[in-house]
Design a protein around this ligand. Structure first.
Ligand code: MG
Length: 347
């Protein structure tokens, strides 16, 4: 199959800079890819790299796009190394798929199980004591899963706050703690013992993915404590998913579809009851893609875990936002997101 290929880079300032383990993040850089089928079908994909997660940079992705030129074939696209360019491969794979699906009479999609009309979304709480002031309104809005950043301040203060945060949660709510790799073994052990008996759904990435012996440490902690551990920074590309599955990882997998490269292959292997879909801070184009994949993934799952997509509004230019954070995201609301509009806005 042959396509006309084009791409447009973006650099979008955030409304408020995001705090990351690598300092303040002020602008989202990435690119949109457009593929036009020889019979007229058009599809878009978003390449939203996060280099400190081990993906390519935007400049590298753009260079690979320039090398591809204005004509692309399935073979040329297939030659882009998914391990080196996971985000670009993801973007082109999804653009190809949507270019094909835009002519359903010619490219019949395979039958999908009936998807749930909506999926729950986790509310994001600020780090530290500021979380306490946010919970009541979010609970009132209907959120039942809350994510609290930890490992950001003094450990004793944060440990002491856990009681207050849990006491403020509505009945039946669950709390996710995300340490973003901030702890060593001792600190992780203190938290894991402290959380026993609390409504903690899991602790996300207690130790850094690139710490010495991280894999053995994470596997050991997951075996020694009843509180589940989730891998986030440790599972970036499809290769990581395969590796942790082969190691019989007993905990949760947080997956950002936009970073997975060969997402379909990886998603087929993941256990539905232990998988959390999460945003890679995409624009509406990538958000629509990733959320549609989540609906497909959880189509026959009774109680899917809340999505980590409560991130928008994010951008100064609100046209680029994905669905605004709400306790549920509806499959039909995704249809409001028109990739072509954002493509044109980058002209
Ligand atoms: Mg995380």
């Amino acid at each position: 199959m042959n396509y006309t290929f084009a791409y447009r880079r973006y650099s979008l300032p955030f409304r408020t800079p995001l705090r990351t383990a690598h300092g303040l993040w002020t602008r989202r850089e990435g690119l949109l890819a457009r593929l036009e089928h020889e019979d007229g079908g058009v599809g878009f994909g978003e390449c939203a790299p996060i280099p400190w997660f081990g993906t390519e940079t935007v400049a590298e992705a753009a260079h690979a796009c320039a090398t591809l030129g204005s004509r692309a074939s399935d073979e040329r696209i297939g030659e882009i190394d998914a391990a080196r360019y996971p985000c670009l491969r993801f973007a082109l794979g999804r653009a190809k798929l949507s270019a094909g699906l835009s002519f359903p009479e010619k490219h019949l999609p395979t039958a999908q199980p009936e998807a749930s009309p909506y999926l729950p979304v986790a509310a994001l709480l600020p780090a530290g004591r500021a979380a306490l002031g946010k919970i009541a309104a979010l609970a009132e809005a209907g959120f039942r899963t809350f994510k609290w950043k930890v490992g950001a301040g003094d450990m004793a203060d944060e440990l002491a706050l856990l009681d207050d945060v849990c006491a403020a949660l509505p009945a039946g709510a669950r709390l996710r703690l995300d340490a973003n790799g901030a702890w060593g073994r001792r600190d992780a052990e203190r938290w894991l013992s402290r959380c026993v008996g609390y409504p903690v759904e899991f602790i996300e990435q207690p130790v850094a993915a690139d710490a010495a012996g991280a894999e053995d440490l994470l596997l050991g902690l997951a075996t020694d404590y009843p509180v589940p551990i989730a891998l986030d920074e440790s599972v970036v590309g499809a290769g990581d998913v395969g590796r942790w599955l082969e190691m019989d990882w007993p905990g949760i997998f947080v997956v950002k579809p936009s970073l997975l490269g060969d997402a379909d292959g990886a998603l087929k292997r993941l256990p539905k009851e232990r998988t959390v879909f999460s945003s890679a801070i995409e624009t509406g184009v990538g958000a629509k893609t990733a959320l549609n994949m989540a609906f497909e993934f959880f189509a026959d799952t009774e109680k899917p875990r809340a999505l980590g997509f409560g991130v928008w509004p994010l951008f100064e230019d609100a046209r680029f936002d994905g669905p605004r954070a709400a306790p549920f995201v509806r499959a039909e609301e995704l249809e409001q997101f028109k990739p072509e509009i954002l493509w044109n806005a980058l002209n």
